[in-house]
Design a protein around this ligand. Structure first.
Ligand SMILES: [Zn+2]
Length: 484
């Protein structure tokens, strides 16, 4: 915890010396403002916990194991909901019925700002007091909700009753006289934001996760321009800057991913390629589907993923997520979930009806159809059911392409290496083709120099000390925080 110039207090409840799990409490003591910036968990630690014990089943278990802060440590009353949290063993519909119309007690947290829809930045929202406004981008909210609807229901996937206060770039928020300026940045998911908090002590800037080498790098430039415009009459007091890759870089881009994949597909004669990346990485989804189209391959995704993409295709607010189109891109096939009880969920009935109504049922396929396809195909990883060898068309010849954005998972802990090993045992060789969602060391360095803050707080990195070294000859004071 740091108090700067007696006015601004920053407390890190997650994200210091770790990748993911950002939870920073910003307090403007003069304006009496308390806001959280992101509210995620560290997915790597959560995954290790799940493997060692079993998935946490209650809020208390998450708090006891330091995934979320304990109420007793917080300068906020009633941060957690008293009505909207699952009891172990409860069912989704039962919970929904139980909490309809229920009101949580008053809470003095003025808001939670969510920078983007990677779970390591918003995982804790299921548990918070429903009186707290949740400030996030319009599209970010759509992605969170589409992801929630197309994921199995669980106690950490319950957003009912949240007070969403959505924004777009250019529409600022005002909290008790503190202006907050959201600015889009480029990352490996659409609708990622950085924030400029105009506090009593000067500007406090939060980068969220960002990169300068992606297809939408101009958006990250917009953040720099906005900071420069704001800082002409207002000092940059503090910069909370992501540093996932402050310690190592490589020269890569989404355009390179495309070129490398094209080179591979031009010369490959395998029957199919299993592909793995994060489903919220729309750029990667588009790259793969377009390459499949160009080379006359099918692109096969699971029914749940199809529902996720179709939901976002349909969202009237976002034309950037119309392409690829589940309905119009006829090279995309949907591998139907085979429920042993033969029952269909409502979302499955909805998706299958859309395809039937549009005379596209031929694109709905089953496991046994894979061996009979006329063309080569990509098989998107989550289409596979465990155990792996039960789901693979093992009479065909295939390989594996690991294309996860980063070795540090933003959604699920990256098990690409383990998966590649398992597939090798079944005879499938593997390739790696990727471009990171995070800025390179030199890009971060240039960015920080331009912003020129008084205090620099590294976040979302296991290598915060490198910031100390890089800025040792400047006026910038690098503060290495630890999590409270
Ligand atoms: Zn992220």
């Amino acid at each position: 915890m740091t108090v700067i110039d007696n006015t601004i207090k920053l407390t890190f409840y997650g994200g210091a010396n770790e990748i993911g799990g950002n939870k920073v409490l910003l307090e403007d003591l003069q304006k009496d403002v308390k806001v959280f910036i992101d509210f995620g968990v560290n997915i790597k630690k959560l995954s290790e916990y799940k493997n060692k014990f079993s998935p946490p089943a209650s809020l208390n278990e998450l708090i006891d194991n330091k995934f979320l802060p304990s109420q007793s440590k917080l300068p906020i009353q009633n941060l957690y909901s008293q009505n909207y949290i699952y009891e172990p063993g409860q069912r989704f519909l039962e919970k929904l019925k139980e909490c309809k119309g229920k009101k949580d007690p008053p809470c003095d947290c003025d808001g939670i700002f969510i920078s983007h829809a990677h779970i390591d930045h918003y995982y804790g929202l299921s548990f918070v007091n429903r009186n707290i406004p949740i400030f996030t981008g319009l599209m970010t909210r759509s992605i969170i909700e589409a992801n929630s609807k197309s994921s199995p229901s669980s106690f950490e996937n319950f957003y009912y009753g949240l007070d969403w206060q959505c924004f777009r770039t250019g529409v600022n928020k005002h909290i008790k006289g503190m202006e907050v300026i959201p600015v889009h940045v480029d990352h490996s998911i659409p609708a990622a934001y950085g924030f400029i908090f105009c506090t009593s002590g000067g500007l406090v800037i939060y980068t969220g996760d960002f990169r300068m080498h992606g297809p939408l790098r101009d958006m990250t430039d917009d953040l720099i321009e906005k900071i420069e415009a704001c800082s002409s009459n207002n000092q940059v007091l503090a910069l909370i800057c992501e540093g996932t890759f402050i310690h190592k870089g490589s020269i890569e881009s989404e355009a390179n991913v495309k070129t490398q994949l094209e080179t591979l597909i031009e010369s490959i004669t395998f029957d199919y390629l299993i592909v793995k990346y994060n489903r919220t990485d729309w750029d990667r989804f588009r790259t793969f589907v377009n390459i499949a189209k160009k080379f006359g391959w099918n692109y096969i995704i699971s029914e749940r993923d199809a529902y996720f993409y179709h939901t976002l295709n349909q969202d009237p607010n976002h034309d950037t997520m119309r392409d690829p189109s589940l309905l119009n891109d006829d090279n995309i096939l949907i591998l139907l979930d085979e429920n042993p009880e033969g029952k269909l969920f409502q979302w499955q009935r909805e998706l299958r009806r859309v395809f039937r109504d549009n005379h596209k049922e031929r694109r709905l396929c089953n496991q046994e159809d894979l061996g009979k396809l006329a063309s080569k195909f990509f098989l998107y990883y989550t289409a596979l059911q465990e155990p792996l060898n039960m789901s693979l068309p093992l009479d065909l010849v295939g390989a594996f392409i690991s294309s996860d954005i980063d070795p540090y998972a933003e959604e699920k802990f990256d098990n690409s290496r383990e998966l590649a090993n398992n597939l090798r045992r079944l005879g499938l060789p593997s390739y790696r083709v990727q471009a990171s969602g995070h800025a390179k060391p030199h890009d971060i360095y240039n960015f920080v120099k331009k912003v020129d803050p008084k205090y620099l707080y590294p976040i979302h990195t296991e290598n915060a000390r490198i910031f100390k070294h890089l800025f040792k000859n400047t006026e910038i004071q690098v503060i290495l925080e630890s999590n409270s």
